[in-house]
Design a protein around this ligand. Structure first.
Ligand SMILES: [Zn+2]
Length: 469
């Protein structure tokens, strides 16, 4: 090789190296929008799901860039995608994950096409924009960018776009339970990042980040009222429907006792520090025995999420009884959605319910998962990954607080935490003003476009910090 061409080669490769360091975020944002729009326009309402459409699209994108993938699942219409970017194996992998299905829509209640991805006044509208195609695209852009940058990795980065998160897989042929059972070596990792957290903004300013480190546990139960069957023309005092109604009313009005854990205490205390004075006073009042009753009552009426964070919650959601207008039924049932604080003593809780109902004609029965669901460990706030999330956040939104968070609902992190994976729920900016009118699962779900791009930057920052050599 001539000296001149050798110098040219060195110059070229050093330029390429320099370019690999500086990420063109404008270009990344445009690409994010392109993939995100495609994902939103692909209707993966579950049921039926059809998540394979998204899995194949992502497979095309990844394979074109030389990232190996596989599609997994026993239901060809509901496949999940697993991709892996290899590191040198010094440390255990990181799993980054989003779910590709969305909940269904009532189209007539939407102001925009729920599968149109319309961009209006800085927002992108559509089902799945904040649950959970923001995570699907955030994780996609992260793995793509890691590959393109050519940065040396200490660990593999695994990307999973999973089917069937909304409602799980009753027959076990798809979704996270299928993957854990059949493809565990493909996803086994030290850390997982997926949905469950958010950046909360008020009036356009991001105030704090919630990182989900634990979640409530579903402990559903049924109330069963027993009576004597008879002719509807002769009313009976032991009519099962009458007894059930009284029991449901009593349970519905009951406020289970407040119960803090380390995570929820840290969250409430931290939230008080970043809240306006009036709200801060109410949050602090929860810890003050002379003021707590009034504060709890306020949250029950005005902030149902906070109310649920403070206690094991009970919501009667299905009621059944009777089959003919002229027959008194011998049995009536109510299904209770109970979301327990992870360390709640459910035998004691059930005893409290029995006292509240105070009717021997009504029994409380397990709804399948009572006592047997198993408590997933809380993910640690001391890990390299949690620190990296905090650092990345300071780069994107300097000066805001990070609050560990217990979700009131459930995510697919539960199964991963049970397997020992340190799992953190993150998410894009959610404006306070959007909480009710544009929330996840609601009509008119939407995402703030600038928040989506910031989230992709944040995601990449956190993962590259922990994965890169
Ligand atoms: Zn979700």
């Amino acid at each position: 090789m001539k000296l001149r061409s050798l110098i040219t080669l060195i110059l070229l490769s050093s330029t390429a190296f320099a370019q690999s360091k500086a990420i063109d975020w404008k270009a990344i944002d445009a690409e994010t929008l392109r993939h995100f729009t495609t994902l939103i326009k692909t209707d993966t309402s579950n049921p039926p799901g059809h998540e394979t459409l998204v899995a194949k699209y992502l497979q095309g994108v990844l394979e074109r860039e030389g990232i190996p993938t596989k599609l997994v699942g026993a239901n060809p219409d509901r496949l999940s995608l697993i991709a892996r970017l290899k590191g040198n194996g010094t440390k255990k992998p990181i799993l980054i994950m989003g779910h590709t299905d969305v909940v269904g829509v009532q189209r007539e209640r939407w102001a925009q096409d729920p599968f149109g991805a319309a961009r209006i006044d800085g927002y992108i509208w559509g089902r799945g924009t904040i649950d959970d195609k923001d995570l699907v695209v955030g994780a996609l852009m992260t793995i793509l960018q890691l590959k393109r940058s050519g940065v040396q990795l200490d660990r593999d980065v695994i990307y999973v776009a999973e089917a069937g998160e909304e409602g799980g897989s009753p027959d076990g042929t798809f979704g996270i339970q299928y993957i854990i059972k059949n493809n565990w070596p493909d996803i086994d990792a030290e850390y997982c990042l997926t949905e469950g957290g958010e950046f909360r903004s008020v009036g356009g300013k991001v105030m704090f980040e919630k990182i989900e480190v634990t979640e409530k546990v579903g402990r559903g139960m049924r109330l069963v009222a027993h009576g004597t069957a008879g002719h509807g023309s002769m009313p009976r005092e032991d009519n099962a429907i009458v007894h059930l109604s009284a029991a449901v009313a009593a349970i519905g009005k009951w406020q289970p006792p407040m119960h803090f854990t380390d995570v929820t205490r840290t969250y409430v205390e931290g939230l008080a520090k970043v809240s306006p004075p009036e709200e801060a006073a109410r949050l602090n009042a929860l810890f003050d025995s002379s003021k707590t009753a009034a504060a709890q009552d306020y949250f029950r009426k005005n902030n149902i999420e906070m109310n649920s964070i403070l206690r094991t919650s009970v919501s009667p959601n299905i009621i059944n009884g009777g089959f003919r207008s002229n027959v008194i039924p011998s049995e009536a049932t109510a299904t209770l959605d109970i979301r327990a604080i992870p360390d709640e003593d459910m035998d004691k809780f059930k005893a409290m319910m029995t006292q509240v109902i105070n009717d021997p004609a009504v029994t409380i029965e397990s709804n399948g998962n009572f006592g047997g669901a198993g408590m997933a460990p809380v993910s640690s706030l001391q890990t390299e990954m949690y620190q990296a999330l905090t650092k990345a956040q300071q780069k994107i939104y300097p000066g805001i607080a990070v609050l560990p968070w217990m979700a009131t609902g459930a995510t697919d992190m539960r199964g991963l935490r049970l397997k020992g994976m340190q799992s953190y729920g993150i998410g894009a900016e959610i404006p306070q003003e959007d909480l009710i009118t544009h929330a996840m699962h609601s009509d008119n779900e939407r995402i703030k476009e600038s928040g989506l791009y910031a989230f992709v930057h944040y995601f990449y920052e956190a993962v590259s910090q922990v994965a890169a050599k």
